[in-house]
Design a protein around this ligand. Structure first.
Ligand code: PA5
Length: 447
């Protein structure tokens, strides 16, 4: 379903180097399998794809998701409230499988707006004005139930919804995805009688897209979540194969080799704007998992050919700091046939009789050759088409590669101590009770 092509690493990584990496990868994978590595409280995602169809608790949750999606689909708009791991996965899959223009398409599913992923008031006001007279539901997603961005958006929208539908009326419209027992959101949901979905204790935010966190919004967008899960199950099977036939392990090996050779940026490349949010999800997954203890590849992303007209110059010719990981989707969802133009004023008749996807493919081929000649190694991840199975597969493929890569790097891939820094400063500067001393100290620094 997903195939690693290492042909464009020639001159950068030799075949024997990939072979020599086997022991390191196997040691990292063994740490993961034995659950003896750092962060081993957060390995629920490893078995999740099969748990979803075999563990009675998860099976019940999937039924609840489908049932709730039926209710939500009767409304004209769904607001998905969440940030980071509680937002990116759902949006990535919906954009990729449906469209980044999903809201503008003719469809029998609700429009989806994402809020609570920033603290910008203008953006929230704009969404509020769009949905003002519409029939809405919300899915608020927060594992901790205390994250400022979604909590603030939820407080604002809930007040408006109660004013519109009444305290009883909102019960069929507010769906909460959070910890099974802890946190402010769970407490509020229980007190108010809102339907709740569980983020399992042993699944961290950035590994949670295949729980209700991602699956409920996906189901509301009309995505076949069973097929997504089936694709992830296939990936579970393929990513335990021996190194020689395990593309996930080889991908982890190659990025580690390139990192040790001095590359510091992994640039995720796609030729489909629908993939842009998948790259955002990828960036969080790898950035939060590997970027610690002064180590890690910096994950960045571009959409080509769009960004060939901006960052392309840097990739080709700038500081030699990066390698590219290119998602090569062989067949687009739809195509456009190029007709002959009798006047040919634009000089494009040499393309007559071709599909537009062929032009995109030649852009890909030309770019891979140019960039490798410019000193930028290219890892190619091939996928035959965009469908539910392949997307489910890809998600698990990256999750497993990320965990193995993290262990190879000698970090705990499942914590994120670095994100507390800004939060504590922000709370202190906002005057949150308990942060008085810190506030004085920071205000002095700010002058
Ligand atoms: O991966 C992570 O842990 C984070 O990105 C979280 O998902 C993000 O901070 C949101 O946290 P929460 O779901 O607790 O609101």
């Amino acid at each position: 379903m997903i195939k690693l092509n290492t042909n464009y690493l020639k001159g950068f990584v030799a075949d024997h180097e990939i072979a020599y990496a086997e022991d390191g990868v196997n040691a990292a994978a063994a740490l993961l399998d034995s659950k003896n590595g750092p962060g081993n409280d957060f390995l629920g995602w490893t078995t999740l794809p099969f748990d979803l169809t075999t563990n009675p608790e998860y099976v019940k949750e999937i039924e609840l998701i489908k049932d709730s999606a039926k209710i939500i689909k009767k409304s004209s708009a769904l607001l998905v409230i969440g940030i980071g791991g509680s937002y990116l996965g759902a949006r990535a899959v919906i954009d990729l499988l449906k469209s980044p223009l999903y809201n503008n398409l003719k469809k029998d599913t609700p429009d989806i707006y994402y809020i609570g992923n920033s603290i910008n008031p203008a953006y929230l006001n704009e969404v509020l004005s769009i949905i003002e007279d519409r029939d809405i539901c919300i899915n608020v997603i927060s594992k901790s139930g205390t994250t400022t961005e979604p909590a603030l958006a939820f407080r604002i929208i809930r007040e408006k919804m109660i004013a519109k539908y009444g305290k009883d009326g909102v019960r069929d419209r507010i769906f909460c995805t959070t910890d099974k027992a802890r946190g402010t959101l769970k407490k509020l949901a229980d007190e108010e009688g809102y339907r709740t979905f569980v983020v399992p204790d042993d699944v961290g935010g950035r590994f949670s897209v295949l729980t209700a966190v991602g699956l409920l919004p996906m189901a509301c967008a009309g995505i076949d979540i069973d097929a997504v899960i089936a694709g992830a199950q296939k990936a579970v099977e393929d990513t335990v194969l021996p190194y020689a036939s395990n593309d996930c392990y080889k991908y982890a090996a190659v990025r580690n080799i390139l990192y040790r050779k001095g590359k510091s940026v992994e640039l995720m490349v796609s030729y489909d704007p629908a993939y842009a949010m998948m790259s955002e999800w990828f960036k969080q997954l790898f950035g939060e998992s590997e970027g610690k203890d002064g180590k890690g590849l910096f994950p960045a992303s571009v959409t080509f050919s769009t960004d060939l007209h901006s960052l392309g110059q840097f990739v080709q010719d700038g500081s030699n700091i990066m390698f590219e990981t290119v998602i090569d989707i062989k067949t687009p969802k739809t195509d456009i046939f190029l007709e002959n133009d009798k006047d040919n004023i634009d000089g494009l008749n040499f393309l007559t009789g071709q599909n537009m996807s062929m032009v995109n493919r030649k852009a890909f081929e030309g770019t891979v050759l140019a960039h490798t000649e410019g000193g930028v190694p290219n890892i190619i991840i091939e996928m035959d088409k965009i469908d539910e199975e392949n997307v489910g597969y890809l998600i698990y493929f990256f999750e497993k590669a990320c965990a193995v890569s993290g262990y190879m790097l000698g970090v705990n891939p499942f914590d994120q101590p670095g994100v507390e820094g800004y939060k504590n400063n922000m709370y202190a500067l906002l005057g949150k009770p308990g942060y008085e001393e810190k506030r004085a100290e920071l205000e002095k620094k700010l002058g």
